[in-house]
Design a protein around this ligand. Structure first.
Ligand code: C2O
Ligand code: CU
Ligand code: CU
Length: 523
């Protein structure tokens, strides 16, 4: 060692080099980790961003004939009640995936028949549950006793039957029915459990609006489906649009005017419907029935659960595409994007025959009496406020055995409702059809001026609603108010109310409905 050549300089200072090298490596490792995380985060954000971006305009073949849900057959029983039979069952349906999707339906594999009844009739629905899990059927928009409302307290066990019965006593309207199991509504509805319930009355009988079901009066149940590779369905927003369960639909039109009964039957997606040529249509009814006057609109926004009846005027031989384009959610740029505010879809093609049967002009005056259903402002005895944010209303979440408030029978109330955050929320009330008195103190837009049971809440705006509670008081049964974005509702964005007689107080509710946890329940 002594006689050996001097160690090269490099070798004399190995430690600092190694130390530097260690530090450098550490820095490199840490730096790369940070870069990787940033990249992953960026990719995640980009993925989420792209996931929320969707534009199918001009990209979907609209070449399958639109399915029309059959009108449900009914019989009249000895007591004079119109009796409908509904069986919730499982099946499979082609929803455009690689394989048919496992679906649920009423009396079929997807969706259900259209129930139809006239004001003044008594109806009875024999509901059978042939599913492996418990479910419920709620009559969305219907004025009926709370114990027949079909909310989460009225679970029907697998193999079970439920027989709600009531008298139809509200204006002609396009209502719908769907399950309402606590925490599982998005799942049950997106599997296919939904259908229309059309009501007629003397006023609607007399009006010269298109009214031949399936010919010039078309049910248009629009849903976005999250169809996975194997056909399995997610319960959130998706990119496949189905109308009445048909992917890529067209409808043959043989008359000069066609009435579309639009229902947004999606879990979470807000639509803004318009015609591809930008031509206006006549809005004749909101969710609760005919408007006082028709309104000419070139687009209409519908949140999940909302309905609208519009009359489209067609030219012979023309093809028009109903689209949903960039629904204005009223929220900031980012929230709006992630809630589908810049999504674009082709929905339904209307194909007019070369010669069209003449249709009468749409009358300007439609219903002179409907708005009175919601009472008058001067008789309002009470103001309540509802503030929506997170998955709560007034800071509360749904508790099955808690009655949150109790309006008095035969009184009118004013409700002030606000969505305090930049997330898309809506407000739905069971039992009653309300009137929107004002939005931020101003007269509501035409599409909010008729009777409604569900209203989209533009963030930070104040909605004043007028509602009247009539006919049914029951301290032991409840109705719901909730956000109708189904995943929010499932997450607890829902309160319960009982309508009670003056001087009465709400009774005790069962914490867990008796039929809920049954053997067949697989969740
Ligand atoms: Cu359409 Cu409480 O529901
Ligand atoms: Cu409802
Ligand atoms: Cu919500």
């Amino acid at each position: 060692m002594v006689g050996g050549p001097p160690a090269p300089l490099e070798r004399v200072r190995p430690m600092p080099r190694r130390r530097r090298s260690l530090a450098t490596r550490l820095a490199i490792v840490l730096g790369s980790a940070v870069l990787l995380l940033v990249a992953i985060g960026g990719a995640g954000i980009a993925f989420a961003w792209n996931h929320a971006s969707v534009d199918t305009v001009g990209k979907v073949a609209l070449d399958r004939q639109l399915a029309i849900p059959p009108l449900a057959r009914s019989t009249v029983d000895a007591a004079g009640r119109r009796v409908f039979d509904l069986t919730a069952q499982s099946g499979s349906t082609d929803l455009g995936g690689d394989e048919p999707s496992p679906t649920w339906g009423f009396n079929g594999s997807y969706l259900g028949p259209t129930l139809r009844a006239h004001r003044g009739e008594r109806v009875l629905v024999e509901l059978h549950n042939d599913l492996p899990v418990a479910t419920t059927v709620h009559w969305h928009g219907m004025h009926l006793p709370a114990r027949y409302d079909g909310g989460p307290h009225q679970m029907v066990a697998p193999g079970g039957t439920w027989e709600p019965t009531w008298r139809i006593d509200q204006p002609a309207a396009t209502l719908w029915y769907h399950p309402h199991p606590h925490g599982e509504t998005a799942d049950h509805v997106s599997r296919g459990l939904a259908g229309l319930f059309i009501l007629d009355d003397d006023e609607s009988d007399r009006l010269p609006l298109p009214h031949t079901y399936g010919v010039d009066d078309l049910p248009v149940i629009v849903q976005d489906k999250d169809v996975r590779g194997n056909g399995h369905l997610g319960s959130g927003s998706g990119r496949t649009i189905v109308v009445n369960g048909t992917v890529g639909p067209y409808a043959a039109v043989s008359t000069e005017r066609v009435r579309l009964r639009l229902l947004n039957g999606s879990s979470m997606r807000v639509f803004d419907f318009r015609l591809d040529n930008g031509e206006p249509f006549d809005l004749v009814a909101t969710g609760g029935g005919l408007m006082a006057h028709k309104a000419s609109l070139d687009h209409i926004r519908l949140a999940p659960g909302e309905r609208a009846e519009v009359v489209v005027t067609m030219q012979p031989g023309e093809r028009r595409v109903l689209r949903s384009v960039d629904p204005d959610l009223g929220s900031n740029f980012l929230s709006s994007h992630f809630d589908g505010g810049d999504a674009k879809f082709d929905v339904l093609e209307l194909r007019a025959a070369d010669t069209l049967q003449p249709s009468p002009a749409v009358p300007d005056v439609l219903s002179t009496t409907n708005l009175a259903t919601a009472g008058t402002e001067s008789e309002s005895v009470r103001t309540r406020t509802f503030s929506l944010s997170g998955h709560s209303i007034n800071g509360r979440q749904m508790v099955m055995d808690r009655v949150d408030f109790a309006p008095i029978l035969d009184t009118t109330e004013t409700w002030q409702v606000v969505n305090t955050e930049d997330t898309a929320h809506s407000f739905h009330v069971h039992d009653v059809q309300f009137r929107v008195l004002s939005v931020d103190g101003r007269q509501p837009a035409p599409e909010l001026s008729g009777l409604k049971d569900t209203v989209y809440l533009e963030p930070h705006r104040h909605y004043r609603l007028l509602l009247r509670f009539t006919d049914y008081a029951d301290p032991d049964s409840v109705y719901m108010v909730h956000c109708h974005m189904l995943r929010h509702e499932d997450a607890g964005m829902m309160l319960q109310f009982a309508v009670v007689e003056p001087g009465d107080r709400p009774g005790e509710l069962a914490a867990v409905p008796a039929t809920r946890h049954t053997e067949g329940h697989t969740h």
